[in-house]
Design a protein around this ligand. Sequence first.
Ligand code: BT5
Length: 242
Amino acid sequence: MLSTYNKIIQQRYWYDFEELPSTNDELKKHYKDASKIVITAKNQTKGRGRLGRKWQGAQNNLYFSYGLEVDIQNLSQVVCLIGLSLAKTLNSILPNKTIQIKWPNDIMVENKKISGILLENIKDNLWCIGIGVNIQSTPNLAPKAPYQATSIKDEGIILDRIDFLEYYLDNFNKDYDKYLTEGFDIIKKQWLNMALNLNQEITIISANEQKKGIFVTIDDKGYLVLKVENKEERIIVGDIFI
Ligand code: BT5
């Protein structure tokens, strides 16, 4: 276990760093304790997104990572659950704004990205869940980014990053317990209620292909169901474009 923790937050030992290249890399160093801890950094210098993309940092936004044991066949369900817990947290903080989940892992406020999730494997069934939330500053995204960014402050609320972490982990623990006892159905229903682009024509771009169709639902595994010329196709990875 790392030496001195700051305090216990929602049943996890919390370690806060002034600056880290990536909270995911720090968590992986302590993999034996990963499922008992949560790591945050006040500043992150080499934050990453999926597929080699960057996660842009700014002082006093929230960057955190924690470990969770998940069977690989349930991973897409758990990605949906994490997105839902984040979206619910933002909804309670910004009740007058439209909060939506952009499959698979972006949280949008009024169509602007406020948070992203990166899951990386540590070892066997142990996963590192890395989350970035813009609390106090909005980064300037590259002009070619498909959306704009926002922050909780720019949406009108001043909040401490660790208060957000506590609210999120509380929602996550409750949703996760519910998922373990009752299954994915209730999570799926709530997720669909907050989904961006549902029943719209979308293009999904993945590493080696591009598909256009109607986003009809997510299935019982958490995969996106795309209707292409009256046939339903399951999409496991990719990004949505309009
Ligand atoms: C993600 O990837 O959205 C996952 C981001 C995960 C970041 C956390 S921070 C803690 C932990 N440690 C890490 O090193 N990473 C995790 P993706 O879906 O690939 O989205 C990346 C894209 O989001 C970029 O190409 C930009 O267009 C946009 N982006 C980058 N930084 C952003 C920010 N701060 N706010 C909003 N959008 C951002």
